[in-house]
Design a protein around this ligand. Structure first.
Ligand SMILES: Cc1ncc(C[n+]2csc(CCOP(=O)(O)OP(=O)(O)O)c2C)c(N)n1
Ligand SMILES: [Mg+2]
Length: 442
């Protein structure tokens, strides 16, 4: 009951339609279009109507969402990395292309190692980014590094692109002495003031109204910069998402709302998440310029984000991007996705529409700037670097237990002063029951 229309890609439409039928049949059902049956304009009627220009019809007619009106999906290359329309190839330099590919492989390698580390009980929790590498790297590469990023939690690739080091990733996940939050956040709740990446927070969509507000502030204080706000199609059901869209639209705030529509919100598939034509269809309702893109095509993501950034800044308005992708991994290490989706479905996306392979095919076949030998060498080098950072992070001590009480209040209130003293006394008395040697002194 769904359709996935791509711009510039009639040939592979059929394959995608079937894939999208399975996973995105909520995302591409329909789009509302306004019909014009002999309208009479506001001017003709000589009326002023609050809320903007209106026209009238004298036929009783409801708007019917239609399958064929679904917003199409913009893409640059197909699943084999073949360019569909040469005018759409951004023709990035080999250096930039290699940097993008390197970031995708590094992200992937880090996920592999950290996922296994969690399974072995070495860290408490982890979330992989498998399948969404192109959405992260394509969008991050199109931004100015001074643009402010509000993430949800599955955007580690944006940090890789910006230069967050492997040590920083590992130290946060291990909650060791170098973790800026001193273990008070769960793993993958990264943040970096230096890299203009606002710290991740667990409650869904809280970053969205904050992003609208920050974009409004940036417009006033730093013209020429914008905010990008990443969120999942599941988070888009939160009230905060709607408040964020409306504030950004009415305040003309330069905010890029980047929806990662990966088909699932933990176990809830997109078709149970919403009716209508997915997230993109909401854009026009808020007066936002909008595009739906192939999130597994790194060049489509790059082009769309670059143009969206230009519009947001030059016209001072928000832009909504819906990137269609697929969450290949489990939601997190607390989830087993085979309980609610078929293994064949995962396999189909892993092999049939793999963002890393598609980019690699483009590099090899369209640009002749990559080969299998270099590919193997890159994979080995990334693994070496990730393991080195991983081993170092694991060896570092944990923060002092006293830091449990810092960073919330400037002056610790008396009840917490008392609790801290009780903790110190308790640890002194029962020290042999706690791994205190692994920690900095109390
Ligand atoms: C306000 C709130 N409600 C529920 C949760 C539990 N929760 C964590 S992630 C998640 C699913 C989010 O899905 P989506 O936004 O599509 O992002 P994805 O995990 O697919 O990247 C839910 C329901 C939460 N963290 N916050
Ligand atoms: Mg999702």
């Amino acid at each position: 009951m769904s359709v996935g229309r791509f711009i510039n890609c009639a040939a592979i439409k059929a394959a995608y339609v079937s894939a999208f039928r399975q996973t995105f049949h909520g995302a591409a059902i329909s789009a509302v279009r306004y019909k014009s049956t002999t309208p009479q304009s506001e001017d003709q009627l000589g009326m002023k109507i609050i809320g903007g220009p209106r026209s009238f019809i004298n036929k009783l007619e409801f708007l019917e969402p239609k399958l064929e009106d679904a917003i199409p999906i913009y893409r640059v290359y197909d699943t084999e990395g073949k360019i569909l329309d040469g005018t759409q190839d951004p023709k990035l330099s080999e250096d930039v292309l290699h940097q993008m590919y390197h970031s995708m492989i590094m992200l992937n390698t880090m996920d592999e190692v950290m996922y296994s580390a969690q399974r072995q009980g070495r860290i408490s929790f982890y979330m992989t980014n498998y399948g969404e590498e192109a959405s992260h790297i394509g969008s991050a590469a199109a931004l100015d590094k001074r643009d402010l990023v509000f993430g949800q939690y599955r955007e580690a690739g944006v940090l890789v692109w910006r230069g967050f080091t492997l040590d920083e990733f590992m130290d946060q996940c291990y909650a060791n002495v170098n973790d800026p939050a001193a273990g008070k956040q769960m793993p993958v709740h990264y943040g970096s003031r230096d890299l203009n990446f606002v710290t991740i927070s667990s409650p869904l969509a809280t970053q969205m109204p904050q992003a609208s507000g920050a974009a409004y502030a940036l417009k006033r204080t730093h013209p020429g910069l914008c905010v990008i706000c990443y969120f999942g199609e599941g988070a888009a059901s939160e009230g905060d998402a709607h408040a964020a869209f409306n504030f950004a639209a009415t305040l003309d705030a330069p905010c890029l709302f980047f929806c990662r529509n990966n088909g699932y919100a933990i176990s809830t598939p997109a078709h149970e998440q919403y009716r209508g034509d997915g997230i993109a269809a909401r854009g026009s309702g808020y007066g936002m310029i909008t595009i739906r893109i192939d999130g597994n095509d790194v060049l489509a993501v790059y082009n769309a984000t670059k143009k969206a950034r230009q519009i947001a800044i030059e016209e001072s308005r928000p832009v909504l991007i819906e990137a269609m992708t697929y969450r290949v991994g489990h939601h997190s290490t607390s989830d087993d996705s085979t309980a609610y989706r078929a293994k064949e479905e995962i396999e189909e996306w892993t092999s049939g529409d793999n963002p890393i392979n598609r980019f690699k095919f483009y590099l090899i076949n369209e640009r002749q700037c990559w080969d299998e030998e270099r590919d193997k060498a890159l994979a080995a080098e990334c693994k070496k670097q990730v393991l080195k950072a991983f081993t170092a992070a694991e060896k570092r001590k944990k923060p002092s237990p006293s830091l449990l009480f810092t960073d919330v209040y400037d002056d610790l209130p008396p009840n917490l002063v008392k609790q801290r003293q009780e903790m110190v006394d308790h640890l002194g008395k029962y020290s042999k029951h706690y791994p205190l040697d692994d920690h900095e002194p109390v």
